[in-house]
Design a binder for this molecule. Structure first.
Ligand SMILES: [Ca+2]
Ligand SMILES: [Ca+2]
Ligand SMILES: [Ca+2]
Length: 325
């Protein structure tokens, strides 16, 4: 690990300890994203899922020693919130991994599902089809002992990985997750948070809603490349940071990838970016599922965090109007 990265995580651990209440649901409260989405393995990518798999990591502070649970709301496909194509015929497998390699394995931090991305020990797995019992209600994985995770202080503690795979069918499974101290209740684990390298979710059906994601810029980042899929030309994606007052990211049309590169300046180091997703005002794009990921100049994927590290960034006019030296 690079020295700068180590330093960054020391700072990061401190900042994470300051805030936890909004960090436990995925999507997170500060993200204002209604649902995660995974389509069945026979899905049509034009509906907004490029590879029918989602990977979410959870970080538990090293000093936390009580059992934890990961709960899934609406894990089945066939409910009010899911997206039907023809008959309901979709099954989805949720699997929880911990132990060596869970997150340290490079293949688990990529975007292409190649190699050993199912790294670590399989701790629990369950496959859901359609089941009215789970309509907008919760299924609980666990209890897990925090030490069953992979200890990675640079990622804030013990790391667990949930892989959500669309197996059969072609419908869209919409769901949310919650990391909790209780099996039957959503109660945050103090100091814990979630992070994800490639994020697939549903945008709001209300054009006034703005969704957000929060990557963190370490001091070694000089440029980022963002890639997104099937945005359906739904409005604009922009960056708010100390030095950027709404720099526009390329947004994709139907069933296509686009990417754009953005320079990162010193003023943005050790700060989160607020990547805002502003929907097209008219006509409204309904039930829009999208995919997005971010790479640094080395081609490494950069995590989005369920809490904006260091707080939600604001544009600083004094930086923005600074003349070039
Ligand atoms: Ca569902
Ligand atoms: Ca179907
Ligand atoms: Ca879409």
């Amino acid at each position: 690990m690079k020295p700068t990265t180590t330093l960054y995580f020391i700072i990061l651990s401190f900042l994470f300890n300051l805030s936890s209440l909004s960090a436990q649901p995925v999507p997170a409260i500060d993200e204002n994203i209604p649902y995660l989405v995974t389509f069945g393995g026979d899905g049509d990518t034009a509906w907004g899922d490029d590879d029918f798999c989602q990977i979410i990591f959870f970080s538990i502070p090293e000093n936390y020693d009580r059992p934890i649970f990961i709960r899934v709301s609406d894990p089945d496909t066939g409910s009010d919130i899911d997206e039907q194509k023809g008959e309901w015929d979709t099954t989805t497998r949720f699997s929880v991994y911990g132990g060596d390699g869970t997150c340290s394995e490079e293949d688990a931090r990529r975007s292409n599902l190649q190699g050993n991305y199912k790294s670590g020990n399989l701790l629990a797995s369950k496959t859901f089809a359609g089941n009215p019992r789970y309509n907008k209600s919760w299924y609980t994985f666990g209890p897990f002992n925090p030490t069953e995770g992979e200890l990675l202080p640079e990622y804030g503690g013990y790391i667990f990985k949930m892989i959500i795979e669309g197996i059969d069918g072609d419908d869209g499974n919409l769901y949310t997750l919650f990391l909790t101290t209780e099996s039957d209740e959503n109660r945050p684990v103090e100091g814990a948070f979630a992070f994800y390298f490639k994020y697939k979710f549903r945008l709001h059906n209300d054009v006034k809603e703005v969704s957000h994601i929060y990557p963190y810029m370490t001091s070694d980042v000089i440029a980022i490349k963002q890639s997104n899929f099937d945005w359906d030309s739904d409005g604009s994606i922009r960056i708010i940071s100390p030095a950027k007052n709404g720099e526009i990211l390329a947004a994709s049309a139907d069933d296509e990838w686009v990417e754009s590169r953005h320079a990162i300046t010193e003023d943005e180091h050790n700060s989160s970016l607020d990547i805002q997703m502003i929907k097209r005002q008219s006509p409204m794009v309904k039930d829009n599922n999208v995919v997005i990921f971010l790479e640094n100049q080395y081609g490494e994927l950069m995590p989005f965090y369920s809490i904006p590290i260091g707080g939600i960034p604001e544009y600083k006019y004094s930086i923005g109007i600074k003349p070039k030296q």
